[in-house]
Design a protein around this ligand. Sequence first.
Ligand SMILES: Nc1ncnc2c1ncn2[C@@H]1O[C@H](COP(=O)(O)OP(=O)(O)OP(=O)(O)O)[C@@H](O)[C@H]1O
Ligand SMILES: [Mg+2]
Length: 332
Amino acid sequence: MADAPTVLKLVRTVPEEPARRPSTPARRLTRRVISVGGGKGGIGKSLISANLGIELARRGKRVVLVDADLGGANLHTTLGIDLPRRTLSDFIERRVVRIEDVVTATGIENLGLVSGALDHLDAANPRYAQKMRFLRHVQQMDVDYAILDLGAGTHANVLDFFLVSDHGVLVLVPEPTAVENAYRFVKAAFWRRLRNVASVYGYDPLLRSVMDGGSFRSPVELVASVSERDPDAGRNLARHLAAFRPRLIVNQARTPSDADVGQAVVAAWRKYFGLEMDLLGTISYEDDVWRAIRARRPLLVDRPEAGAARAFAGIADALLALDLTARTGVGS
Ligand SMILES: Nc1ncnc2c1ncn2[C@@H]1O[C@H](COP(=O)(O)OP(=O)(O)OP(=O)(O)O)[C@@H](O)[C@H]1O
Ligand SMILES: [Mg+2]
């Protein structure tokens, strides 16, 4: 499992933030943090967060969904509930002490919801201290899974939420522009991770001089060059980068060949970046999905027999299997 203090230390060093002394690490309670992201809007991040949460909750896991789409929160709608009285704004504004104080019931056993911040301008771009407090509290909820539904794009906050997770789930729609966006997202997350690791271990000058000395087609080539100059640093970087292992879900597959896109993306990621991804599953495009959303009912509740709904069983199986192997995702 990712070690919370290390992960937060990695996030803590994002370059645009002022240097701070690390605080005493708190004990981690949340068993796993899952974040659901992807480059684009409207690709099914909220749909997947909500229904994966339901699937895990039905298997007896204690799950809290967190609407981390700061500024564009709508996860409550996907779940078919009114905007709760207490939202993330209350936590960010310190009107409540703990994130648990803004968890509301969803009507589904074992599944709670932290609704997104809607009324607070700063919430879309929280201050550094607010972001760190949020991440710390997410990791200290006494639940099995905290699932963060991320906003679109590659904003630093979105990447940091992704990087702090045990399972960073990349949602991909099999269309050329969406695939490009997904690569852009995962590359941005990867380079941010690399910069953070370099900063934590004091490799900045080394990395800069290696990068000034040549162009690199892949992170593997870069790490090889670092190793030539400093084998220990190279080994350490390689270890951190090998742990950067996004989970992939293909959504809105319409043809049999769309279903193969996931494997193709995993193969391309390995070939061009020398890195691994784990394919969790493929969800087909079905009218039942948007019909359920229009009915303001979660897919797994409204239309459990739909093919798209049944895909969540396989996705949850794959995720739980990864947990058994204790192989970390992006946040280690
Ligand atoms: N598998 C699918 N089959 C049919 N329609 C789908 C499917 N997945 C998503 N959609 C459609 O796409 C819409 C957007 O989904 P969702 O809100 O989950 O995307 P999102 O990535 O969270 O978007 P945003 O970035 O705006 O938050 C849904 O309302 C639904 O109409
Ligand atoms: Mg969304």
